[in-house]
Every structure is written in C-alpha cells, then in structure tokens.
Ligand binder design. Structure first.
Ligand SMILES: *Cc1c(COP(=O)(O)O)cnc(C)c1O
Length: 389
C-alpha cells in the first residue's frame, strides 16, 4: 500500500501548480499562446492540456497522471462520466461490420450500449456468461475487435477471469477493455492480467465522495491518442472544478478502499448468517462460486455486496425501509453507505420478463458500504433484517 498512497499524492508531480502546494483550478475554456508557432504547436499536441479545455486542461492532466500511475499504465484521460469513458473508447475502437463481445451481467448503461446503441451502427454483439470461459471462447468470430469485461459485475458480483479472457482475445486479434469501477486499482490491476485498457466510473470510488460525475480511461499512450481524438469530437469534457474535486478524492483512495473492503466483508459475513437471507453475493465469501479466482486476481474484495431475501420483493423492500445508516440511492463508492433494490428501481423501465432476463432476483438488495464503523453498519443491517424477518 505504501507505493500507492505515495503515487496518489505525488504522481501529478506538481504539474501546472506554480508555487501553490494545492493545485489551482484552471477554470478556463481556452489558453493563450505568445506566438503563432506556439499556437500551432499546442493545437496539435497529442493529449495536450493548454490549448482549449475540450481538448485538455491541466486539471485533467493531473488526474490522468495519478490514474495512470495507480493502474500501472503509460497514459490516461478524463471524461465527463463513466459512460463517456465507455462510449468514447468504443467509438474509437470499432467500426461498422465489427463484432463485440460483452457480458450478460454488466452495468445497465454498458448493457444498453451493447444491445441498443452498437447494433444501430452495424456492429454485432454477443453477450456471454462471464463465469464460463468457454462461452467467451465460443463467441469469437473473425470480425471480433473488442471484448468488454466488468469484474466484479454489477449487481451480482460475478468474476471474470481477466487473464484467460485477455489471452483468448489476443489470440483472436481483439482488444480487451475492463470496467474496473467496482474493484478500483487498489484491489485489482487488470493491466497486470494482460487487459489492454481500463475504464472507470470515477463517480464511484475514485472520487469517493458522491459529489462528482466523471470517468477515466487508462492504457498505452498510442491507444489513448486515438481515444483522445474521438473524445475531442464527442466533447464529453469534465469541467475543471470537477477534475479538481476528483484529484482531491484520488489523494485518499488508497486509504479509503481498505475500509470499504473491511466493511463489505463484515456485512457479507453477518448477513450470510441471518435466517431471513437466502444468499449473499460478495467475492470475500467462501460460498461465492468464484472465491478462488477472486482471491487470485484481487487483493481486496470491495465494499459492494448484494443480498437475497428468502421471501422475495416485499421482504427486501421491508429490509431496505428498515435501514438507518444506508440511504436509498443509486451509486456506490462514496464515504456514506447506500442501498438499492434493483427490481424496484427497474419497475418504471422494464417489464417482469425483462427483469427476469437480467438474472437479478426480485428479492435482491445491493448494499454499498461507506467508510463508517463496521460494527455500526453490521448492527444496522441485522436490526433491519430482524425487523423484516
Ligand atoms: C456507475 C457505473 C458506470 C457508469 O458510470 P457513470 O459515471 O454513472 O457514467 C459504469 N460501470 C459501473 C460498474 C458503474 O457502477
């Protein structure tokens, strides 16, 4: 952990800071140049940060330097949201006629990109069961350009074997892109397993305070140059103030994540022993079907878990209503604990058949542990489970 706390504090190397100890906010849309030559140079500089803020800004460059260091990549870039990171990357890597492999269990926005957006542009998609490496193997076609993985997945905490998928993809000439939002680089560095590019919803753990929407992409400089060129066109630019907040959040990521991990493990163990609970999904548990794989590719298991209630929807709803320290809200990775009932959230968006097809049971609650004391969170969930039993 020593290396990462130091990286989180120093990797931006006083970039654009002048004599200030804390980085100033470059709240500017554009930058002046002294000469025509200087102006011509900054206008074309790959991943530059002093031409026009849609192209780049020093506050973006500081965040990118820290993220690249934490993920162990050559380069990184910042976007206005996690979804902007995903769509910019995908637009940079695929063209009409290409084939993409994704997972069945994946973040809702990623699923919509796979099922709705990409097919409109003539890109074919196969979604596979991520727990079955042979399903990936069977999905490759001669046109497969890209494999999108997410591990642990939202909200079932299924694990993808990153090394096995990366080996398969490379043997088939495809690029592997991993959503590392749930794990964070503190718990998992996909690049070390052979993954090509990593992206995050920085809205979650990287920022860590539920007060910014942002995304990041990390990988080799050459790939980032191409993604950057598309990002300039999609224009999903993070505001300088939000980038400044994100850098501030990143400074303490290596301190926050171990606490989230400890809380996730404590909640998973306590809830698994509760009679009203039929199943807990958290990679820390020996009962997780991929616990061994998770132990191999992760150094911590994160603060998100999901819990299935024996009696289904109403019991899950009663449990959620009885929680005192968890707020009913989408998102995760902030200092405060949050909880969602996916089947309730989807009521207005999906019909019952679509909810069933998602593989998410009606009685499932997703808990995102904050950084509160473990004992307080455990007491809160046990009281709510007792009351709902
Ligand atoms: C929230 C989330 C996203 C989307 O990120 P936004 O910042 O909301 O655009 C993508 N993947 C995962 C796993 C997420 O939890």
């Amino acid at each position: 952990m020593g290396i990462t706390t130091t990286a989180a504090v120093h990797a931006d190397q006083r970039l654009g800071r002048g004599n200030a100890v804390a980085p100033p906010i470059f709240q500017t849309a554009t930058f002046q140049a002294d000469t025509a030559e200087d102006f011509a140079r900054v206008a074309v500089e790959p991943r530059g940060h002093d031409f026009y803020t849609r192209y780049g800004n020093p506050n973006h460059a500081q965040v990118a330097a820290v993220v690249a260091e934490l993920e162990g990549t050559e380069a990184a870039m910042v976007t206005a949201s996690g979804m902007a990171a995903l769509t910019t990357t995908v637009l940079a890597l695929v063209s009409a006629g290409d084939h993409v492999i994704g997972q069945k269990s994946t973040y809702g926005g990623t699923a919509s990109v796979l099922t709705t957006l990409l097919p409109r542009f003539g890109v074919t998609v196969t979604q596979v069961d991520q727990t079955d490496i042979t399903a990936f193997e069977r999905a490759f076609t001669p046109r497969t350009r890209l494999v999108l993985v997410e591990t642990p997945s939202n909200p079932l905490l299924q694990i993808t074997d990153l090394k096995a998928v990366a080996d398969l993809a490379h043997a088939n000439g495809a690029t592997v892109v991993a959503d590392n939002t749930f794990a964070t680089p503190i718990n998992q560095r996909p690049i070390e397993s052979g993954v090509d590019l990593v992206w995050h919803s920085a809205t979650k753990y990287l920022n860590g305070h539920s007060d910014v929407s942002a995304g990041v992409i990390a990988g080799p400089a050459e790939a980032l140059d191409r993604i950057w060129d598309v990002g300039v066109l999609t224009g999903a630019t993070l505001g300088p103030f939000d980038a400044w907040l994100l850098l501030r959040g990143l400074r303490t990521l290596p301190l926050r994540v171990p606490r989230h991990n400890a809380n996730g493990e404590a909640l998973a163990a306590a809830l698994e022993a509760h009679p009203a609970v039929s199943r807990v999904h958290h990679p820390s548990l020996a009962s997780h079907p991929q616990h061994e794989l998770a132990t191999r590719q992760m150094t911590g298991f994160g603060g998100v878990l999901s819990v299935e209630f024996e009696d289904g929807y109403d019991q899950a709803d009663a449990f959620l209503g009885g929680l005192g320290l968890f707020q009913r809200a989408a998102s995760l990775g902030g200092t405060e604990s949050l909880a969602v009932h996916p089947a309730a959230m989807w009521r207005g968006m999906l019909d019952e058949a679509q909810i069933a097809a998602s593989g998410v049971p009606l009685g499932l609650i997703r808990l995102a542990a904050g950084i509160e004391e473990s004992e307080d969170l455990v007491a809160d969930v046990i009281a709510a489970a007792d009351a709902a039993a």
